[in-house]
Design a protein around this ligand. Structure first.
Ligand code: AMP
Ligand code: ZN
Length: 115
């Protein structure tokens, strides 16, 4: 946990969020500035800055995050129609919050593909 990290504060319930899933290792909550009808952030509780900071010991955690992404997609009713998962990494990747997170976007046709 990092004292001045906004996502650590959400994890510690020091600031409110709309939590849609939580277990001992992973939390998922609604993005405060949604760009799609479903926009949820899936976040490890461990403070890892970004994909670039992952260690081999985090491999199981990343696997778990994708299990949670599927679970949340199913619960939100978007698993069949589809969704997009985005993880911005570092400055050129456009990452604004330096605590690893995966955006789960769904609920509309996501047209603005860059790849
Ligand atoms: P990124 O640019 O990939 O680092 O994404 C950070 C995301 O966190 C943005 O989509 C923000 O809207 C979102 N965000 C920032 N603060 C909060 C908050 N307090 N609760 C929920 N989402 C937040
Ligand atoms: Zn953090």
């Amino acid at each position: 946990m990092e004292d001045n990290c906004i996502f650590c504060k959400i994890i510690k319930k020091e600031i409110p969020s709309a939590i849609v899933y939580e277990d001992d290792k992973v939390i998922a909550f609604k993005d405060i500035n949604p760009v799609a009808p479903i926009h949820i952030l899936v976040v490890p509780k461990k403070h890892i800055k970004s994909i670039a900071e992952l260690k081999s010991e985090d491999e199981a955690l990343i696997g778990k995050i994708f299990t949670v992404i599927n679970k949340v997609a199913e619960e939100q009713g978007v698993k069949e129609k589809g969704f997009r998962v985005i993880a911005n990494c570092g400055e050129d990747g456009g990452q604004e919050v330096p605590h690893l997170h995966f955006h789960l976007l769904a609920g509309r046709k996501l047209g603005e593909k860059i790849i």
